[in-house]
Design a protein around this ligand. Structure first.
Ligand code: NAP
Length: 460
């Protein structure tokens, strides 16, 4: 007995030292990549119990290998604006890990895009994709191009230039990009058209998020938002609760936010607030989602204009204030680090019982700590927002089989995937002595799948 506990102690010390040393190395190597280091720290910390129980992963150097991307491309994207001026942006693709399938992850067009943000998103994507149970590896890409205020033709010229370079590195069995912030079916359409032209073949499986009329999957547009709500529904069921009668606040008003609101409303909740990058609206009698769709999905207007149709609603400048609206369920669906410690404390004081991340890493580490210590059900992004990539993988399957599933079939499969993700994250949390902690559970469940494949494939 004594010998066992000594062995356990040794394993613990060795595991703690290992995680610490890998993180210190990572810091030295990637000193200025704050978002990447933030994402890596969270994952590494939660993997300590895995290395206590399975020192064999440590011997295989899995952490050192999984935190270093297979490769990173940066490239110049030159395009011409409507005034005939030559413009230059920077393009990125991070191919992080393909141990369980081709690299898979979205393309983001936003002025904030840099190597740190690309690596944080690509790293998260490894674990998220593994959690879906589908054979897809982790990657991410994008550009610091700002689509706001650009004409349709400018977008097309930019996208054609971007994909001309990226086309050298992607393919249905190599790397399959999709949309993200600033990239929807219009941009994917232009990418696909240019790729087809360059390769002289109709390779439907090279990109996902395509228009359903052109090889896309029904249900992809709704998948991340609906999947998020299905995930929260599972969390609530675990406590004998449901969405019915709940007040919900959703940040953002883009693709994820709109369809999270839609499903929450369908399940009987009242959505009382949403936002864009300028400010937020509070409509205590329930957001009129059709107006939000008209403003943000079908035209390029600001959320502020909601009050023109609904003068009873209140608009406030600045996005962070959205978390001061008292609610039962908060769904951050806009961008990284949009929900800080102060906001988390306010949500808690106002009685929030569940928070789940539609966006990638929207809550700061301090905010997550507030939720965990305050007994709030917390669904981390890599589990809760995996519905989008899951349906993207279904799009790949449909493209390979050259057939299309109905929206109902896709929705049923999505529900099952989200239920399975919740179950595997919840069970991993229990098995590794962190019951109820879905951050730890999701990280461990995703990691084990990838780590086992890496071990099986040998050291490289
Ligand atoms: P999107 O359609 O481009 O929408 C982004 C929304 O967030 C817009 O309403 C934008 O406002 C708003 N926003 C941006 N910065 C903000 C800020 N600081 N505060 C408040 N609102 C802000 O993008 P999306 O596809 O919904 O993606 C949103 C998040 O979900 C991202 O973190 C993305 O990585 C993640 N995600 C997306 C998917 C997917 O399938 N799309 C899947 C998994 C995860 P403006 O209109 O003013 O720009």
């Amino acid at each position: 007995m004594k010998v066992m506990s000594e062995l356990e102690n040794n394993n613990k010390t060795r595991a703690n030292d290992y995680v610490h040393n890998v993180y210190e190395q990572l810091k030295k190597r990637n000193m200025h990549e704050t978002e990447f280091l933030q994402a890596a720290r969270e994952v590494l910390d939660s993997l300590r119990p895995v290395f206590f129980k399975h020192p064999e992963y440590l011997d295989e150097g899995i952490l050192e290998r999984i935190t270093e991307p297979d490769r990173v491309f940066t490239f110049r994207v030159t395009w011409e604006d409507d005034a005939g001026r030559v413009r230059v942006n920077r393009g990125f693709r991070v191919q992080f890990n393909n141990s369980i399938g081709p690299y898979k992850g979205g393309i983001r067009f936003h002025p904030s895009v840099n190597i740190s943000i690309m690596k944080f998103l690509g790293f998260e994507q490894i674990f998220k994709n593994a959690l879906t149970g589908m054979p897809i590896g982790g990657g991410k890409g994008g550009s610091d191009f700002d689509p706001k205020g650009k004409s349709d033709r400018e977008i097309m010229r930019f996208v054609q230039s971007f994909i001309t370079e990226l086309s050298k590195y992607i393919g249905p069995d190599t790397d399959v990009p999709a949309g993200d912030i600033g990239v929807g079916k219009r941009e994917i359409g232009y990418m696909f058209g240019q790729y087809k032209r360059l390769k002289s073949k109709f390779d439907a499986g090279v990109l996902t998020g395509k228009d359903p009329e052109q090889g896309g999957s029904l249900g992809r547009k709704e998948a991340t938002g609906y999947g998020l709500v299905y995930f929260v529904d599972e969390m609530l069921k675990g406590k004998g609760d449901s969405f019915a009668g709940k007040k919900v606040v959703v940040s953002g008003s883009g693709n994820v936010a709109i369809y999270a609101m839609e499903k929450a409303i369908q399940l009987g909740a009242t959505v009382i607030g949403c936002s864009d990058s300028s400010g937020y609206i509070y409509d205590p009698s329930g957001i009129d989602l059709e107006v939000v769709k008209q403003l943000k999905e079908y035209s390029n207007k600001r959320i502020k204009d909601y009050t023109m149709d609904h003068p009873r609603a209140v608009y406030k400048e600045g996005c962070i204030g959205i978390w001061t609206i008292p609610c039962d369920i908060a769904l951050p669906c806009a961008t990284q680090n949009e929900l800080d410690e102060e906001s988390a404390k306010i949500l808690l004081e106002n009685g929030v019982t569940a928070v789940a991340e539609g966006a990638n890493m929207p809550s700061t580490e301090e905010a997550v700590h507030v939720f965990h210590t305050g007994g709030v059900l917390f669904g981390p992004g890599k589990a809760a927002n995996a519905g989008g990539v899951a349906v993207s993988a279904m799009e790949m399957s449909q493209n390979s089989m050259r057939l299309s599933w109905t929206a109902e079939e896709v929705d049923e499969k999505l529900k099952l995937v989200m239920k399975n993700i919740y179950t595997s994250a919840n069970e991993a949390a229990i098995n590794y002595d962190y019951p109820g902690n879905l951050v730890v559970g999701a990280n461990i469940a995703g990691f084990l799948k990838v780590a086992d494949a890496m071990v099986a494939h040998g050291i490289h």
